[in-house]
Design a protein around this ligand. Structure first.
Ligand code: PLP
Length: 401
Protein backbone atom coordinates (compact mmCIF):
# COMPACT_ATOMS: atom_id res chain seq x y z
CA UNK A 1 0.00 0.00 0.00
CA UNK A 2 1.45 3.39 -0.92
CA UNK A 3 1.88 5.67 2.07
CA UNK A 4 4.27 8.06 0.39
CA UNK A 5 3.91 11.86 0.62
CA UNK A 6 2.57 14.05 -2.13
CA UNK A 7 5.92 14.26 -3.92
CA UNK A 8 6.02 10.50 -4.23
CA UNK A 9 2.42 10.17 -5.38
CA UNK A 10 2.68 12.82 -8.09
CA UNK A 11 5.38 12.87 -10.70
CA UNK A 12 5.90 16.63 -10.73
CA UNK A 13 8.09 18.04 -13.49
CA UNK A 14 11.78 18.37 -12.70
CA UNK A 15 11.67 22.11 -13.43
CA UNK A 16 9.54 22.54 -10.32
CA UNK A 17 11.98 20.91 -7.92
CA UNK A 18 14.28 23.90 -7.66
CA UNK A 19 11.50 26.44 -7.45
CA UNK A 20 10.66 27.93 -4.09
CA UNK A 21 7.42 29.47 -2.97
CA UNK A 22 7.35 33.23 -2.73
CA UNK A 23 8.62 34.38 0.67
CA UNK A 24 6.69 37.63 0.34
CA UNK A 25 3.45 35.69 -0.21
CA UNK A 26 4.32 33.47 2.76
CA UNK A 27 4.55 36.52 5.04
CA UNK A 28 1.19 37.73 3.72
CA UNK A 29 -0.46 34.38 4.48
CA UNK A 30 1.04 34.15 7.98
CA UNK A 31 -0.13 37.70 8.78
CA UNK A 32 -3.62 36.90 7.49
CA UNK A 33 -3.81 33.87 9.81
CA UNK A 34 -3.07 36.05 12.83
CA UNK A 35 -5.63 38.64 11.70
CA UNK A 36 -8.24 35.91 11.33
CA UNK A 37 -7.70 35.24 15.07
CA UNK A 38 -8.57 38.89 15.77
CA UNK A 39 -4.95 40.01 16.31
CA UNK A 40 -3.98 43.49 15.13
CA UNK A 41 -0.95 42.93 12.89
CA UNK A 42 1.17 45.83 11.67
CA UNK A 43 1.82 44.79 8.10
CA UNK A 44 4.94 46.22 6.52
CA UNK A 45 5.37 43.15 4.33
CA UNK A 46 3.17 44.11 1.40
CA UNK A 47 4.78 45.09 -1.88
CA UNK A 48 1.83 47.09 -3.09
CA UNK A 49 0.63 50.69 -2.82
CA UNK A 50 -1.74 51.44 0.05
CA UNK A 51 -3.40 54.00 -2.27
CA UNK A 52 -6.59 53.20 -4.15
CA UNK A 53 -6.75 53.04 -7.94
CA UNK A 54 -7.58 56.59 -9.13
CA UNK A 55 -11.31 57.29 -9.71
CA UNK A 56 -10.91 58.18 -13.41
CA UNK A 57 -9.36 54.73 -13.99
CA UNK A 58 -12.14 52.94 -12.14
CA UNK A 59 -14.76 54.89 -14.10
CA UNK A 60 -13.14 53.88 -17.40
CA UNK A 61 -13.43 50.23 -16.37
CA UNK A 62 -17.10 50.66 -15.45
CA UNK A 63 -17.78 52.28 -18.80
CA UNK A 64 -16.00 49.38 -20.54
CA UNK A 65 -18.29 46.86 -18.84
CA UNK A 66 -21.41 48.85 -19.72
CA UNK A 67 -20.26 49.07 -23.33
CA UNK A 68 -19.81 45.27 -23.33
CA UNK A 69 -16.09 45.56 -23.91
CA UNK A 70 -15.93 42.11 -22.42
CA UNK A 71 -14.79 39.84 -25.21
CA UNK A 72 -11.41 38.51 -26.34
CA UNK A 73 -9.10 41.16 -27.67
CA UNK A 74 -5.92 40.58 -29.69
CA UNK A 75 -3.65 38.46 -27.46
CA UNK A 76 -1.13 41.25 -27.03
CA UNK A 77 -3.66 43.98 -26.25
CA UNK A 78 -5.84 46.37 -28.25
CA UNK A 79 -4.09 48.85 -30.57
CA UNK A 80 -5.38 51.77 -28.43
CA UNK A 81 -3.54 50.40 -25.40
CA UNK A 82 -0.30 49.93 -27.31
CA UNK A 83 -0.66 53.49 -28.60
CA UNK A 84 -1.24 54.74 -25.04
CA UNK A 85 1.90 52.98 -23.76
CA UNK A 86 3.99 54.40 -26.61
CA UNK A 87 2.49 57.86 -26.10
CA UNK A 88 3.41 57.77 -22.38
CA UNK A 89 7.02 56.93 -23.29
CA UNK A 90 6.99 59.68 -25.94
CA UNK A 91 5.82 62.34 -23.51
CA UNK A 92 7.80 61.15 -20.45
CA UNK A 93 11.06 60.24 -22.17
CA UNK A 94 10.88 61.65 -25.70
CA UNK A 95 11.31 58.17 -27.11
CA UNK A 96 9.76 56.92 -30.38
CA UNK A 97 9.16 53.20 -30.56
CA UNK A 98 7.03 51.38 -33.13
CA UNK A 99 3.72 49.55 -32.66
CA UNK A 100 5.60 46.33 -33.44
CA UNK A 101 7.86 46.97 -30.43
CA UNK A 102 5.23 46.77 -27.70
CA UNK A 103 2.84 44.23 -26.16
CA UNK A 104 0.52 44.40 -23.16
CA UNK A 105 0.90 41.61 -20.62
CA UNK A 106 -0.92 40.22 -17.60
CA UNK A 107 1.22 42.21 -15.17
CA UNK A 108 4.93 42.92 -15.32
CA UNK A 109 5.41 39.38 -14.06
CA UNK A 110 4.08 37.91 -17.30
CA UNK A 111 6.31 40.23 -19.29
CA UNK A 112 9.40 38.94 -17.49
CA UNK A 113 8.24 35.35 -17.70
CA UNK A 114 7.49 35.49 -21.41
CA UNK A 115 10.76 37.27 -22.24
CA UNK A 116 12.78 34.65 -20.39
CA UNK A 117 10.72 31.83 -21.90
CA UNK A 118 11.46 33.29 -25.33
CA UNK A 119 15.23 33.56 -24.72
CA UNK A 120 16.47 30.99 -22.24
CA UNK A 121 17.47 27.48 -23.24
CA UNK A 122 18.34 24.75 -20.71
CA UNK A 123 21.74 25.53 -19.23
CA UNK A 124 21.77 29.20 -20.21
CA UNK A 125 22.89 31.47 -17.40
CA UNK A 126 20.84 34.45 -16.28
CA UNK A 127 22.81 36.93 -14.23
CA UNK A 128 20.81 38.43 -11.37
CA UNK A 129 22.18 41.08 -8.99
CA UNK A 130 21.38 40.33 -5.33
CA UNK A 131 19.48 41.31 -3.29
CA UNK A 132 16.96 40.47 -6.01
CA UNK A 133 13.20 40.38 -6.36
CA UNK A 134 12.19 36.88 -5.15
CA UNK A 135 10.56 35.94 -8.44
CA UNK A 136 13.54 36.44 -10.80
CA UNK A 137 15.44 33.20 -10.05
CA UNK A 138 12.21 31.22 -9.79
CA UNK A 139 11.20 32.23 -13.32
CA UNK A 140 14.67 31.26 -14.54
CA UNK A 141 14.19 27.81 -12.97
CA UNK A 142 10.80 27.50 -14.69
CA UNK A 143 12.56 28.26 -17.99
CA UNK A 144 15.17 25.57 -17.17
CA UNK A 145 17.93 28.15 -17.09
CA UNK A 146 20.57 28.66 -14.42
CA UNK A 147 20.33 31.75 -12.23
CA UNK A 148 23.76 33.19 -11.39
CA UNK A 149 23.86 35.63 -8.52
CA UNK A 150 25.90 38.81 -8.63
CA UNK A 151 26.41 39.96 -5.04
CA UNK A 152 26.23 43.64 -4.18
CA UNK A 153 27.07 45.15 -0.84
CA UNK A 154 25.27 47.41 1.64
CA UNK A 155 28.52 49.40 2.08
CA UNK A 156 28.22 50.61 -1.51
CA UNK A 157 24.45 51.08 -1.36
CA UNK A 158 23.83 47.77 -3.16
CA UNK A 159 25.19 49.27 -6.38
CA UNK A 160 25.42 47.16 -9.53
CA UNK A 161 28.40 48.24 -11.63
CA UNK A 162 29.68 47.40 -15.08
CA UNK A 163 32.93 46.14 -13.49
CA UNK A 164 31.08 43.71 -11.24
CA UNK A 165 28.97 42.50 -14.19
CA UNK A 166 32.11 42.01 -16.32
CA UNK A 167 33.62 39.74 -13.68
CA UNK A 168 30.63 37.40 -13.78
CA UNK A 169 29.87 37.13 -17.48
CA UNK A 170 30.64 33.72 -18.95
CA UNK A 171 30.24 32.17 -22.37
CA UNK A 172 26.88 30.84 -21.18
CA UNK A 173 25.42 34.13 -19.94
CA UNK A 174 22.34 34.79 -22.01
CA UNK A 175 20.49 37.47 -20.04
CA UNK A 176 21.33 40.02 -17.36
CA UNK A 177 18.40 41.28 -15.28
CA UNK A 178 18.49 44.86 -14.04
CA UNK A 179 15.86 46.31 -11.73
CA UNK A 180 16.34 49.97 -10.99
CA UNK A 181 14.87 51.27 -8.73
CA UNK A 182 15.05 47.85 -7.16
CA UNK A 183 13.04 45.59 -4.96
CA UNK A 184 13.96 44.91 -2.11
CA UNK A 185 16.64 47.57 -1.53
CA UNK A 186 15.23 50.65 -3.27
CA UNK A 187 18.70 51.15 -4.80
CA UNK A 188 18.91 53.13 -8.03
CA UNK A 189 21.56 52.52 -10.70
CA UNK A 190 22.80 55.94 -11.85
CA UNK A 191 21.86 56.42 -15.50
CA UNK A 192 25.46 56.69 -16.75
CA UNK A 193 26.37 53.39 -15.05
CA UNK A 194 23.21 51.78 -16.41
CA UNK A 195 24.28 52.73 -19.94
CA UNK A 196 27.81 51.39 -19.29
CA UNK A 197 26.35 48.07 -18.13
CA UNK A 198 24.14 47.83 -21.23
CA UNK A 199 27.09 48.66 -23.52
CA UNK A 200 29.16 45.93 -21.91
CA UNK A 201 26.33 43.38 -22.16
CA UNK A 202 25.63 44.16 -25.80
CA UNK A 203 29.33 43.99 -26.64
CA UNK A 204 29.37 40.51 -25.12
CA UNK A 205 26.15 39.40 -26.87
CA UNK A 206 24.13 39.31 -23.67
CA UNK A 207 20.51 40.48 -23.46
CA UNK A 208 19.56 42.96 -20.75
CA UNK A 209 16.10 42.64 -19.25
CA UNK A 210 15.34 45.95 -17.57
CA UNK A 211 12.52 45.57 -15.06
CA UNK A 212 11.21 49.12 -14.72
CA UNK A 213 8.13 48.56 -12.61
CA UNK A 214 9.33 51.15 -10.04
CA UNK A 215 10.56 53.49 -12.79
CA UNK A 216 8.60 56.51 -11.54
CA UNK A 217 9.37 56.04 -7.82
CA UNK A 218 12.45 58.19 -7.43
CA UNK A 219 13.28 60.65 -4.65
CA UNK A 220 15.64 63.52 -3.88
CA UNK A 221 14.94 65.06 -7.27
CA UNK A 222 16.30 62.10 -9.29
CA UNK A 223 14.90 61.98 -12.83
CA UNK A 224 13.36 58.77 -14.17
CA UNK A 225 15.01 57.13 -17.15
CA UNK A 226 14.17 54.10 -19.27
CA UNK A 227 16.16 51.52 -21.19
CA UNK A 228 13.57 51.96 -23.97
CA UNK A 229 15.31 55.24 -24.85
CA UNK A 230 18.80 53.75 -25.31
CA UNK A 231 20.48 54.34 -28.69
CA UNK A 232 19.45 52.03 -31.52
CA UNK A 233 22.58 49.84 -31.41
CA UNK A 234 21.90 48.99 -27.74
CA UNK A 235 18.12 48.58 -28.09
CA UNK A 236 18.61 45.46 -30.15
CA UNK A 237 19.46 43.52 -27.02
CA UNK A 238 17.77 45.55 -24.31
CA UNK A 239 14.24 44.56 -23.30
CA UNK A 240 11.94 46.54 -21.05
CA UNK A 241 9.35 45.12 -18.68
CA UNK A 242 6.95 47.67 -17.29
CA UNK A 243 3.87 47.61 -15.10
CA UNK A 244 0.91 49.73 -14.13
CA UNK A 245 0.67 47.95 -10.78
CA UNK A 246 2.69 50.37 -8.68
CA UNK A 247 2.61 53.52 -10.84
CA UNK A 248 -1.19 53.74 -10.81
CA UNK A 249 -1.96 51.63 -7.72
CA UNK A 250 -3.41 48.91 -9.94
CA UNK A 251 -1.87 45.71 -8.55
CA UNK A 252 -5.08 43.68 -8.79
CA UNK A 253 -5.87 44.68 -12.37
CA UNK A 254 -2.86 42.78 -13.70
CA UNK A 255 -1.59 45.01 -16.46
CA UNK A 256 2.01 45.18 -17.58
CA UNK A 257 3.83 45.62 -20.87
CA UNK A 258 6.98 44.81 -22.80
CA UNK A 259 8.99 47.10 -25.07
CA UNK A 260 11.56 45.24 -27.17
CA UNK A 261 12.78 44.77 -30.74
CA UNK A 262 10.09 43.45 -33.15
CA UNK A 263 11.44 39.87 -33.33
CA UNK A 264 11.39 39.51 -29.56
CA UNK A 265 7.92 41.05 -29.41
CA UNK A 266 6.76 38.53 -32.03
CA UNK A 267 8.14 35.70 -29.88
CA UNK A 268 6.37 37.01 -26.76
CA UNK A 269 3.14 37.35 -28.78
CA UNK A 270 3.44 33.74 -29.94
CA UNK A 271 3.83 32.54 -26.34
CA UNK A 272 1.06 34.74 -25.02
CA UNK A 273 -1.36 33.64 -27.74
CA UNK A 274 -1.24 30.11 -26.37
CA UNK A 275 -0.69 30.92 -22.73
CA UNK A 276 -3.18 33.46 -21.38
CA UNK A 277 -4.41 35.21 -24.53
CA UNK A 278 -5.15 38.86 -23.82
CA UNK A 279 -4.91 40.70 -20.52
CA UNK A 280 -8.49 41.24 -19.27
CA UNK A 281 -10.33 43.55 -21.68
CA UNK A 282 -11.72 45.68 -18.83
CA UNK A 283 -8.26 46.13 -17.32
CA UNK A 284 -7.01 47.21 -20.74
CA UNK A 285 -9.69 49.94 -20.90
CA UNK A 286 -8.67 51.06 -17.40
CA UNK A 287 -5.01 51.05 -18.42
CA UNK A 288 -5.67 53.29 -21.43
CA UNK A 289 -7.23 55.85 -19.07
CA UNK A 290 -4.40 55.49 -16.52
CA UNK A 291 -1.75 56.10 -19.16
CA UNK A 292 -3.53 58.83 -21.13
CA UNK A 293 -5.56 60.60 -18.42
CA UNK A 294 -4.39 63.01 -15.70
CA UNK A 295 -1.11 61.95 -14.07
CA UNK A 296 -1.51 63.91 -10.81
CA UNK A 297 -2.08 60.81 -8.67
CA UNK A 298 1.42 59.56 -9.54
CA UNK A 299 3.04 62.74 -8.19
CA UNK A 300 0.91 62.61 -5.04
CA UNK A 301 2.08 59.06 -4.32
CA UNK A 302 5.73 59.84 -5.01
CA UNK A 303 5.73 62.84 -2.64
CA UNK A 304 4.05 60.78 0.06
CA UNK A 305 6.50 57.87 -0.33
CA UNK A 306 9.44 60.24 -0.06
CA UNK A 307 7.97 61.74 3.14
CA UNK A 308 7.59 58.23 4.60
CA UNK A 309 11.11 57.21 3.62
CA UNK A 310 12.44 60.39 5.22
CA UNK A 311 10.74 59.36 8.46
CA UNK A 312 11.54 55.64 8.30
CA UNK A 313 15.26 55.50 7.53
CA UNK A 314 16.41 57.73 10.44
CA UNK A 315 13.90 56.00 12.76
CA UNK A 316 15.41 52.60 11.91
CA UNK A 317 18.98 53.83 12.18
CA UNK A 318 18.12 55.13 15.67
CA UNK A 319 17.40 51.55 16.81
CA UNK A 320 20.50 50.04 18.46
CA UNK A 321 22.41 47.66 16.19
CA UNK A 322 20.26 48.33 13.11
CA UNK A 323 21.86 49.83 10.01
CA UNK A 324 19.72 51.01 7.17
CA UNK A 325 20.90 52.30 3.81
CA UNK A 326 18.95 55.34 2.55
CA UNK A 327 17.48 54.29 -0.81
CA UNK A 328 16.47 56.72 -3.52
CA UNK A 329 13.71 54.72 -5.14
CA UNK A 330 10.84 52.18 -4.94
CA UNK A 331 9.06 51.92 -1.57
CA UNK A 332 11.20 49.56 0.43
CA UNK A 333 14.06 49.75 2.88
CA UNK A 334 16.39 46.84 3.57
CA UNK A 335 17.91 47.22 7.03
CA UNK A 336 20.78 45.09 8.30
CA UNK A 337 19.75 43.12 11.42
CA UNK A 338 22.79 40.83 11.51
CA UNK A 339 23.77 41.99 14.99
CA UNK A 340 20.58 40.32 16.31
CA UNK A 341 21.24 36.91 14.76
CA UNK A 342 22.19 34.39 17.46
CA UNK A 343 21.26 30.91 18.68
CA UNK A 344 17.48 30.68 18.45
CA UNK A 345 17.39 33.47 15.83
CA UNK A 346 20.00 32.23 13.36
CA UNK A 347 18.46 33.59 10.19
CA UNK A 348 16.32 36.46 8.97
CA UNK A 349 13.52 33.91 8.49
CA UNK A 350 13.60 33.06 12.20
CA UNK A 351 13.85 36.76 13.04
CA UNK A 352 10.75 37.59 10.95
CA UNK A 353 8.77 34.59 12.22
CA UNK A 354 9.42 35.69 15.79
CA UNK A 355 8.68 39.36 15.02
CA UNK A 356 5.31 38.24 13.66
CA UNK A 357 4.52 35.87 16.55
CA UNK A 358 5.79 38.03 19.39
CA UNK A 359 5.41 41.62 18.16
CA UNK A 360 2.66 41.05 15.57
CA UNK A 361 4.83 42.84 13.05
CA UNK A 362 4.96 41.55 9.47
CA UNK A 363 8.25 42.20 7.67
CA UNK A 364 9.93 40.03 5.03
CA UNK A 365 13.14 38.03 5.53
CA UNK A 366 16.11 38.93 3.35
CA UNK A 367 16.84 35.27 2.61
CA UNK A 368 14.12 35.08 -0.08
CA UNK A 369 15.83 38.05 -1.78
CA UNK A 370 19.14 36.19 -1.75
CA UNK A 371 20.62 38.13 1.19
CA UNK A 372 20.18 36.74 4.67
CA UNK A 373 20.75 38.97 7.70
CA UNK A 374 18.54 41.75 6.35
CA UNK A 375 14.81 42.36 6.39
CA UNK A 376 12.63 44.15 3.87
CA UNK A 377 10.26 46.77 5.20
CA UNK A 378 7.69 48.23 2.83
CA UNK A 379 6.67 51.82 3.37
CA UNK A 380 3.65 51.45 1.14
CA UNK A 381 1.75 51.73 4.42
CA UNK A 382 0.13 54.61 6.31
CA UNK A 383 2.43 56.83 8.41
CA UNK A 384 0.65 55.71 11.62
CA UNK A 385 1.36 52.06 10.71
CA UNK A 386 5.01 52.87 10.06
CA UNK A 387 5.35 54.57 13.44
CA UNK A 388 3.67 51.67 15.21
CA UNK A 389 5.85 49.25 13.21
CA UNK A 390 9.04 50.99 14.33
CA UNK A 391 7.78 50.98 17.95
CA UNK A 392 7.05 47.23 17.77
CA UNK A 393 10.38 46.51 16.09
CA UNK A 394 12.14 48.52 18.82
CA UNK A 395 10.52 46.57 21.66
CA UNK A 396 11.10 43.26 19.87
CA UNK A 397 14.80 44.09 19.46
CA UNK A 398 15.22 45.10 23.09
CA UNK A 399 13.58 41.80 24.11
CA UNK A 400 16.07 39.93 21.90
CA UNK A 401 18.80 41.92 23.67
N1 PLP B 1 9.16 43.41 -10.74
C1 PLP B 1 9.38 43.73 -9.46
C2 PLP B 1 10.75 44.10 -9.05
C3 PLP B 1 8.33 43.70 -8.52
O1 PLP B 1 8.57 44.02 -7.25
C4 PLP B 1 7.05 43.30 -8.96
C5 PLP B 1 5.94 43.19 -8.00
O2 PLP B 1 6.07 43.22 -6.82
C6 PLP B 1 6.88 43.00 -10.32
C7 PLP B 1 7.95 43.06 -11.18
C8 PLP B 1 5.58 42.53 -10.89
O3 PLP B 1 4.54 43.36 -10.77
P1 PLP B 1 3.17 43.07 -11.52
O4 PLP B 1 3.17 41.68 -12.03
O5 PLP B 1 2.12 43.33 -10.50
O6 PLP B 1 3.15 44.06 -12.64
Amino acid sequence: MATAGTEKRHALAIRLRLMEESSTMAVMVAAQKLRARGIKVVDLGAGEPDFNTPDNVKEAAKRAIDANFTRYTPATGVPELKAAILQRYRSDFGVERGRDEVVANVGGKQSIFNLLLALVDPGDEVLIPAPYWVTFPQIVYLCEGTPVVLETSPETGFQVTADAVRRQLTARTKVLILNSPGNPTGAVIPQAEFVRICELAVERGVYVLSDECYQRFLYDGLEPYTAAALPLELRQRVLVSGSLSKTYAMTGWRLGYTIAPPEIIAAVAKIQGHETSNPTSIAQAAAIEALSGPQDSVGVMIREYQRRRDYLVPALNALPGVRCFNPQGAFYVFPDIRSYLRPGVETSDAFCARALDEAHLAVTPGSGFGTDGFIRISYAAAQSELEEGVRRLGSFLSKLG
